[in-house]
Design a protein around this ligand. Structure first.
Ligand SMILES: Cc1cc2nc3c(=O)[nH]c(=O)nc-3n(C[C@H](O)[C@H](O)[C@H](O)COP(=O)(O)OP(=O)(O)OC[C@H]3O[C@@H](n4cnc5c(N)ncnc54)[C@H](O)[C@@H]3O)c2cc1C
Length: 442
């Protein structure tokens, strides 16, 4: 088999290298920085573990296979299924909609039928079906179908928690819901990609390796090496069109790489904007008046509630890692601010959120023991209407350039979190399929 070059050693590049190497394809992986993992790493600080980006991934059979194939153990998830998720509406609520709003939501669901809605959008997003995409924002679509409150207090906050913004295309939202309903496993075929029993049981919800996400990266790196993949660190690779290449770097990097030889593709990829994000992992000592909501999964903050943060994860409660007190991960959108400002914002938000702990933000300042703040100036692709339009064009442009004889894009493939969803489970599922396609193409 011919060699395949992968440019970018984040989760996208590494997981693709894994599937290709496992199928016997010769792979060389190029990473610009001095470590693999891209956005993902786990910092072991004296007071706890800090995830710089993803803190877990949604369980699926494919994820479960990977965890076992890498000899990793899952982190304990004590009673995770009962861990309450909150949305703040005047106070933290497990269900933020009022009775009338809930009725409106149920009516909307029964009127269009969730299944029909999802299928409709699947066809709409399909180039070959000729059907038109929705072409409206998630806010417009949800408000129209289910009422404005369903967006403001349910869908909008969820989008902010996952994608860092609620300004998202309706097609993206519906693709996301469809993705959640998929099992993340392809039907077994006898081509090196067979993946065992489709019916097997696997841990659902958010899962993570015992020692954190950094361990997943470490184990993947070791495994691809064992399988014969050659890795080059500190190597900012360029795309060469005489070797089958997968660009697994962000869209703006891919755009630069192909700009000379595939200008139409470069033009589209360059339109994908990235959003800045800040995560703050903070350790608080426990107050005498413990607020039980911190035993839950986390809380999302709707825009109209005017919190500083987008949401908070009660990390020490989700993964039950050793801790003394409470470890929380707060998520902020917008441009970078100083540590002092971020901490101040957390204490203000925390005072509003945990009302059993009396005394205002000064009390939370005193309870604060440690923190680690990570800024990403270009954290995640902005899945707005413009990106949605780009994503409809990219497969066609790539296919055209592959079909054009001796065309420059003959052996070019793309992977990354800007091509559909940011979730690692979905990236894994896409790379499983992509590896199969590449192995059959070369
Ligand atoms: C704060 C935050 C929280 C998140 N939480 C979750 C979560 O809980 N669950 C979840 O599933 N997902 C989560 N995500 C999303 C997930 O972490 C990302 O989607 C995923 O890690 C992206 O991986 P990637 O490989 O596509 O990109 P990246 O991690 O950006 O990797 C790209 C790599 O390409 C390299 N590169 C760039 N240019 C070149 C070049 N010229 N040559 C060689 N290499 C190059 C870069 O150095 C980098 O290593 C989160 C993201 C953020 C920012």
């Amino acid at each position: 088999m011919k060699k395949v070059c992968i440019i970018g050693g984040g989760f996208s590049g590494l997981s693709l290298a894994y599937y290709l190497s496992r199928a016997g394809v010769k792979v060389e992986l190029f990473e610009k920085s001095d470590r693999l993992g891209g956005l993902i790493s786990t910092l072991s600080l004296g007071w706890g573990k800090v995830e710089t980006a993803a803190s877990g991934l949604i369980g699926s059979p494919l994820v479960d296979d990977l965890i076992h194939e890498l000899d990793l153990e899952y982190a304990d998830r004590p009673n995770q299924s009962t861990r309450a998720r909150y949305v703040f509406r005047e106070r933290p609520r497990k269900w933020p909609l009022r009775v009338g709003e809930t009725l409106r939501l149920t009516q909307g669901l029964s009127k269009i039928g969730l299944h029909r809605a999802l299928n409709g959008v699947r066809n709409a997003g399909n180039e070959t079906s000729g059907a038109k995409p929705l072409g409206i924002t998630a806010k417009e679509w949800v408000s129209r179908q289910f009422g404005a409150s369903a967006f403001d207090y349910l869908i909008g906050p969820a989008l902010q928690g996952v994608l860092g913004t609620d300004d998202v295309a309706a097609d993206t939202l519906l693709d996301y819901v469809r993705g959640m309903r998929k099992k993340g496993r392809s039907k077994g075929q006898n081509d090196g990609f067979k993946n065992g029993d489709n019916q097997k049981r696997y841990p659902r919800g958010t899962v993570s390796p015992k020692q954190g996400m950094g361990d997943l990266i470490l184990a993947l790196s070791k495994k691809v090496e064992e399988l014969g993949c050659i890795t080059h660190l500190n190597t900012a690779a360029e795309w060469r069109d005489d070797i089958t290449t997968v660009i697994a770097a962000p869209a703006y990097v891919a755009a630069g790489m192909v700009s000379e030889r595939l200008p139409e593709l470069a033009h589209e990829l360059a339109k994908i904007q990235y959003l800045p994000l800040t995560t703050a992992t903070v350790a608080f000592s426990q107050n005498d008046r413990h607020d039980e909501i911190t035993n839950g999964f986390g809380c999302l903050f709707p825009k109209s509630e005017k919190f500083n943060a987008l949401g908070v994860l009660f990390s020490s409660s989700i993964f039950d890692r050793p801790h003394d007190g409470e470890i929380e991960t707060w998520l902020f959108g917008g441009p970078q601010a100083s540590d002092e400002i971020i901490i101040n914002k957390i204490c203000i938000d925390r005072a509003r959120l945990l009302r059993r702990i009396a005394g205002g933000n000064e009390v939370h300042r005193k309870l604060l023991k440690n923190f680690k703040i990570t800024h990403w100036s270009r954290a995640l692709p902005h899945y707005d209407l413009s990106t949605s339009e780009v994503l409809r064009k990219v497969p066609r442009i790539l296919a055209d350039s592959r079909n054009a004889r001796r065309g420059h894009g003959a052996g070019l493939y793309l992977t990354g979190n800007y091509l559909g969803e940011i979730g690692l489970g979905r990236i894994l599922a896409r790379n499983f399929e992509l590896a199969r396609q590449i192995a059959s193409d070369i």
